[in-house]
Design a protein around this ligand. Structure first.
Ligand SMILES: [Zn+2]
Length: 105
């Protein structure tokens, strides 16, 4: 009588493999944000210009292709006018001049 251990039942040695989940962690973020570098907001700069919710072409400047409002940092508006613009955009969305959301990439 001898105990025979059934040790090797097909050892799964290659289970697990190598988890190659690295997604190339290369953060090449250098502070090079030379996007819309506007010194003052365009509405302050041009006193004749005013935020108009009917002015679709002007408002589109402050909206991404997807229909999102561009943040103040990028648009360069001052706080006051950014608010006006945001309001105008929302209003003109209601008039279907500007899309709420563009799904197509
Ligand atoms: Zn302004």
């Amino acid at each position: 009588m001898s105990f025979q251990k059934e040790g090797g039942r097909g050892r799964d040695d290659d289970k697990g493999g190598r988890g190659d989940k690295g997604e190339g962690m290369e953060d090449d973020k250098r502070g090079g944000r030379s996007f819309g570098r506007r010194k003052v907001c365009r509405y302050c700069a041009d006193k004749n210009a005013h935020v108009d919710y009917k002015d679709q072409s002007a408002l589109k400047y402050f909206v991404t292709e997807r229909g999102k409002i561009i943040p103040r940092r990028i648009s360069g508006n001052c706080a006051k006018h950014q608010r006006e613009v945001a309001k105008a955009i929302k209003r003109s969305r209601g008039l279907a001049l500007i899309p709420y959301l563009v799904l197509a990439g």
